[in-house]
Design a binder for this molecule. Structure first.
Ligand SMILES: Cc1cc2nc3c(=O)[nH]c(=O)nc-3n(C[C@H](O)[C@H](O)[C@H](O)COP(=O)(O)O)c2cc1C
Length: 199
């Protein structure tokens, strides 16, 4: 299996677990991940999960995630505007923002690139590379909805993390995996994280 490269960002919306489970699932595959966690993303994750501080690789080790021998995780500071992923010349197979805050959603939908997360997403849209956003807010204002519409028109996949219950999820991890499985499907990565309807 050829090693593929993806960009994964965690921003400061509730639901950091969706980003952390996605990274854990991806690391079991031969992938190179460029991971960005916004300042608010780190704060919310520390509040909601046991990813308190430090490096994500250490967190994965502590969670006993068995990474594929051909997987790599490169954590990048969202303030580093000189990183390779800021350029359209950087080749990758897609970017996921999970969860995506309304702040980050608004920035991308208006083309404002205040940090490397916004810039990388902006580059995905201009280069026609897959961009998957998992926006989390409720209820949604007209501004949120219009930002999502604009991004969908520009080519992004808007995938609100609203899990299905028809698989009878027994735990929070099962529930989260119903969403992570859909993200992996959209990245064209084989997975059996969640039961498929009809199987
Ligand atoms: C505990 C907590 C939960 C939050 N949940 C959400 C949320 O679900 N959706 C959202 O858009 N913002 C949420 N926020 C607010 C964002 O963190 C805030 O808008 C921040 O500026 C986002 O920055 P970022 O887009 O750079 O990560 C939350 C903040 C806190 C402290």
């Amino acid at each position: 299996m050829k090693q593929q490269t993806f960009i994964i960002a965690i921003t400061g919306a509730s639901g950091s677990i969706y980003g952390l489970r996605l990274i854990s699932a991806l690391m079991t595959l031969p992938v190179r991940l460029y991971v960005l966690v916004s300042k608010s993303g780190r704060q919310v994750a520390a509040h909601e999960t046991d990813f308190k501080s430090g490096l994500l690789v250490d967190y994965l080790k502590q969670k006993d995630i068995v990474s594929h021998k051909m997987s790599e995780l490169l954590e990048i500071d969202p303030a580093d505007s000189f990183a390779s992923i800021a350029s359209g010349s950087f080749q990758h197979s897609g970017m996921v923002i999970s969860p995506c805050s309304m702040n980050t959603l608004a920035a991308i939908s208006t083309g404002i690139t205040n940090n490397l997360i916004h810039r990388s997403a902006d580059v995905c849209l201009k280069e026609k590379r897959p961009l998957i956003l998992l926006p989390r807010e409720t209820p949604l204002s007209l501004i949120h909805l219009e930002n999502m519409t604009r991004l969908a028109k520009a080519g992004a996949v808007i995938m609100p993390p609203s899990p299905g219950f028809y698989t009878r999820p027994a735990t929070i991890d099962d529930l989260v995996d119903t969403i992570v499985a859909r993200v992996l499907d959209h990245l064209n990565l084989d997975n059996d994280l969640s039961v498929r309807w009809g199987n």
